[in-house]
Structure formats: C-alpha cells, structure tokens
Design a protein around this ligand. Sequence first.
Ligand SMILES: C[C@@H](O)[C@H](N)C(=O)N[C@H]1[C@@H](O)[C@H](n2cnc3c(N)ncnc32)O[C@@H]1CO
Length: 147
Amino acid sequence: MRMLLIHSDYLEYEVRDKAIKNPEPINEEQRKGRLDEVLAVFASVEKVDEVNPDEVVEKALAEIKDVAGQVKAERVFVYPFAHLSSDLAKPDVALDVLRKLEERLKEEGFEVRRAPFGYYKAFRLSCKGHPLAELSRTVVPEGEVNK
Ligand SMILES: C[C@@H](O)[C@H](N)C(=O)N[C@H]1[C@@H](O)[C@H](n2cnc3c(N)ncnc32)O[C@@H]1CO
C-alpha cells in the first residue's frame, strides 16, 4: 500500500460520479464529509497487498500512528486514492483493507473518517506546511520485501 500523509487544517470532500461499476453503497450523510485538524491519508492499495491484507493493515496502522504521534494529530481521514500506484489491488480487496484500517485506527483511539470508495470526489485540503506536514509511506506484506 502506498500512502501520502498530509497534516492539514482541514480536509473536506463531496462525492460526484461513480468511478467504478460497483462503488461502495453510501447514504446521504456520506455524500459530503469534513474533518478539521486532521492527518489526511491518501491510500492506494496495491496488487502485492493481496498476498496478506491483514498484515498490510497492521503495517499501515503502525506508520500512521508514528506520523500522527510526531505531528500530534488525533484525527485521521482515510481517503481511497487510486493515483499513487500503477499496480492497484482489486476494488473488493482494496475496500476491505481500507475498512479494516479505519476500524483499527478507531480501536487505537483516533477520531476517524473514511471517504467513500469507488467515486470521483471533489475535495479541498489545507496543508499546514510545517516540515513533517507532507510525508509518504509504502508498506508491503513481509514475504514481498526482498522480491
Ligand atoms: C477517481 C478519484 O477521483 C478518486 N480519488 C479515486 O481515487 N477513486 C478510486 C477509489 O475510491 C477506488 N479505488 C479502486 N481501487 C482502489 C485501490 N486499489 N486503492 C484505493 N482506492 C481504490 O475506486 C476509485 C476509482 O479507482
């Protein structure tokens, strides 16, 4: 999984059109979302992650906790983002991974939102611009590291 982590004053999105045949079903309330004082995590789940999705969730969680601790962020916005990799996981695997990541972040005490999966979305982001405000992390299942 490839992640772009942006420490932001806010991130807000609004769902537009479907971007895949079967996007995640959403209710009216999920069509828009905003969090203030947030660590935005733009995430591309990759084909290699299909080997062990649960392990990749734990590794991504560790990286997000590390960065959130450094920038003192208590809120995390998980944002499905298909543009950080040229070798994407299948949508059903990707959605499962991002749902689990959201769940684990909540278990670790973060306030978490996850943007809807499978849609084009308009979004606004206000990056804080400090030295740790823009970071990227890549995590892969253990067995894949040395290939
Ligand atoms: C389109 C752009 O504006 C929007 N921001 C977008 O990227 N939408 C993506 C994700 O929500 C989701 N999606 C599909 N596969 C994946 C994957 N492997 N990892 C993450 N998301 C995925 O499906 C959409 C189309 O790829």
